[in-house]
Design a protein around this ligand. Structure first.
Ligand SMILES: NC(=O)c1ccc[n+]([C@@H]2O[C@H](COP(=O)([O-])OP(=O)(O)OC[C@H]3O[C@@H](n4cnc5c(N)ncnc54)[C@H](O)[C@@H]3O)[C@@H](O)[C@H]2O)c1
Length: 262
């Protein structure tokens, strides 16, 4: 069996945040990482720092994704086939009531977060299924599992979780595993900036989680790394929340909230 040393993984949304943290962790663990993002300038800078190949692709562009997957499959055969895929490319929306949410913003979030994840899975997964080997990890969100005032983003992330189950059943017989990681509030550079400008309140993100803190990007990357690796060889079609206990804490409010140690 091939070790991680000789395995190649494609990461979308690789120029920043969780995608970048995944690239750093996977590179450290010996994977050959191929970085994909729409933001060419940031991607080039981050890829050169990691010494990784990079490709500027918009995940809403089915033809571009297909062309990239075909090219990587046939180019540099000594590097081996693509055996891992992490779909982290994503955008958020403003928490507007539906009466005020522009339809163009709704459509863009669905196009990138839901359709883009599916398109990337198909572009790379079909080669994995034909070779009968591969592991895909999609990044969804806890907002796909609970109601929040994000009327495009939440449903798109719920669809990402459902898509993971559908594709896991579809490609399981072909030896391809498909799993989902649902991050809680994760302290990426972008989130840090929003806290600094007052757009987001840190205490709103930490106060409702059992562990009382936000998630670090590297903690998402650790779950992704596990699901990509042979250590999870019997696991497919699951969704792992990595959320510091955000999903389980709010229902305690009916009983006066979490009990803090005295
Ligand atoms: N940060 C959080 O708190 C959090 C929580 C839950 C889920 N998530 C999810 O994690 C994933 C990564 O989020 P993040 O916080 O790292 O965001 P981020 O904004 O820091 O990084 C996202 C990356 O995706 C890229 N991207 C955006 N649209 C693209 C497109 N059309 N094609 C290719 N690349 C594109 C961006 O250029 C950026 O580099 C997203 O799917 C997001 O929804 C994040």
């Amino acid at each position: 069996m091939r070790t991680n040393q000789a395995r190649r993984v494609v990461v979308t949304g690789a120029a920043d945040g969780i995608g970048l943290a995944c690239c750093e962790t996977l590179r450290r663990e010996g994977w050959n990482v191929v970085m994909v993002d729409i933001d060419g300038e940031r991607l080039a800078e981050r890829a050169s720092r990691l010494g990784a190949p990079h490709h500027v692709v918009d995940v809403t562009d089915a033809d571009a994704l297909s062309a990239l997957a075909d090219a990587l499959e046939h180019r540099d055969p000594e590097l081996g086939p693509i055996e891992g895929l992490v779909n982290s490319a994503g955008i958020v929306q403003k928490p507007l009531p539906p009466e005020h949410l522009p339809l163009a913003e709704y459509d863009r979030v669905i196009a990138v977060d839901q359709r883009g994840t599916y398109l990337s899975c198909v572009a790379f997964g079909r080669h994995m299924a034909a070779r009968r080997r591969g592991s895909i990890v999609n990044i969804a969100s806890i907002t796909g599992m609970r109601s929040v005032p994000l009327h495009a983003y939440g449903p798109a992330k719920a669809a990402v979780i459902a898509t993971g189950e559908c594709l896991a059943a579809e490609w399981g017989p072909s030896g391809v595993r498909v799993n989902t990681v649902s991050p809680g509030y994760t302290f990426t550079e972008r989130v840090r900036q929003r806290v600094e400008t007052g757009e987001r309140a840190l205490e709103h993100m930490t106060g409702t989680s059992a562990l009382g803190r936000v998630v670090q990007p590297s903690e998402i990357a650790d779950a992704v790394s596990f699901l990509l690796s042979n250590r999870s060889s019997a696991i497919t079609g699951i969704n792992i929340p990595v959320d510091c206990g955000w999903l389980l804490a709010p229902s305690w409010s009916t009983y006066g909230g979490l009990r803090h140690p005295v």
